[in-house]
Design a protein around this ligand. Structure first.
Ligand SMILES: C[S@@+](CC[C@H](N)C(=O)[O-])C[C@H]1O[C@@H](n2cnc3c(N)ncnc32)[C@H](O)[C@@H]1O
Length: 217
C-alpha cells in the first residue's frame, strides 16, 4: 500500500535538528526509505530518539518489536541497549524481513537481534504462553488492527514495571488520510486507559505515541 507522507511541521523540524543518528547506516536508510512507495512509513527520527531515551532510562535489556519493517526502528532500539541486551522483532512480510536481516548484518547489530518472520497474531500469543513476563520494553508498530487484539498477550509478555509503546495512536485526530486505521488506534487508547494493570499517557509526537507502564500483573 502506498501511504502519503505528511509534511514536517516547524516543531518536528526544530527537534529533528538536534538528533544525531547513532548508527551510520541509518542516514542512508532514511534517504532510501523517503523515496520508496513499497513500504509503510518507518518511525520518525524524533520517535527513535524517544524510544532510545526510554530504553536507556529504564535500563531495558529485553526488547520486543512488533512490526520490523525494513529494520530502521530496530536500529534505534538496538542503539540504546547495553551490550548484553537483546531485541526480538517480528514482521509478516518476507521481503521486508529479509531486507531487515541484511541491514542488521551490514550494520554489525545482528548479534543483538532475533528477527522472526511470521504473523504477530500467531507468534505473540505463543510467546506469551512460553515466555511470560520476559520483556522489559515492547514497541508495537505492526498493523493497527492488531493493537487492541494483541494487547492482552502483550501485557502478559511484559515484566512488571515494563513499558509498552504503541506508534501512530493519534491517527484518529491528526491524520484524515488514515482515518480508517484511526478507529483501531482509538480503540487501543480506550482499552489501555481503562486497563487497571496499566498506567498510560499519550505523547503528541509524530502521529502519536501511547506509553503504558505495567503497574500490576
Ligand atoms: C509501520 S511498518 C513498521 C515500520 C518499522 N517499525 C520502522 O519504523 O522502521 C508496519 C509493519 O508491520 C508489519 N505487519 C503488518 N501486519 C503484521 C502482522 N499481522 N504480523 C507481523 N507484522 C505485521 C508490516 O509488514 C510492516 O512492515
Amino acid at each position: 500500500m502506498i501511504v502519503e507522507r505528511t509534511k514536517l511541521n516547524d516543531t518536528e523540524k526544530y527537534i529533528r535538528n538536534f538528533i544525531t543518528r547513532p548508527i551510520s547506516i541509518m542516514t542512508q536508510l532514511e534517504s532510501k526509505n523517503s523515496v520508496r512507495n513499497d513500504i509503510q512509513p518507518p518511525i520518525e527520527p524524533e520517535i527513535g530518539q524517544l524510544l532510545a531515551f526510554l530504553i536507556r532510562s529504564y535500563h531495558a535489556k529485553t526488547v520486543l518489536e512488533i512490526g520490523t519493517g525494513n529494520g530502521y526502528s530496530t536500529l534505534w532500539l538496538q542503539s540504546a541497549l547495553p551490550p548484553d541486551g537483546h531485541i526480538t522483532t517480528i514482521d509478516s512480510k518476507r521481503r521486508l524481513h529479509d531486507e531487515a536481516v541484511k541491514t542488521f548484518t551490514e550494520s554489525g547489530t545482528i548479534n543483538q537481534i532475533t528477527a522472526l518472520f511470521g504473523e504477530a497474531e500467531k507468534l505473540i500469543p505463543a510467546l506469551a504462553q512460553n515466555k511470560p513476563e520476559s520483556f522489559d520494553f515492547i514497541f508495537q508498530d505492526a498493523g493497527k488492527y492488531l493493537y487492541p487484539q494483541l494487547l492482552d498477550a502483550t501485557v502478559a509478555l511484559l515484566k512488571p514495571g515494563g513499558i509498552i509503546v504503541a506508534d501512530d495512536t493519534l491517527f484518529k485526530v491528526n491524520d484524515t488520510i488514515r482515518e480508517n486505521l484511526g478507529k483501531h488506534t482509538h480503540q487501543y487508547n480506550e482499552v489501555v486507559f481503562a486497563d487497571r494493570r496499566l498506567f498510560s499517557t499519550i505523547v503528541p509526537i509524530g502521529h502519536g505515541l501511547t506509553l503504558s507502564l505495567k503497574v500490576k500483573p
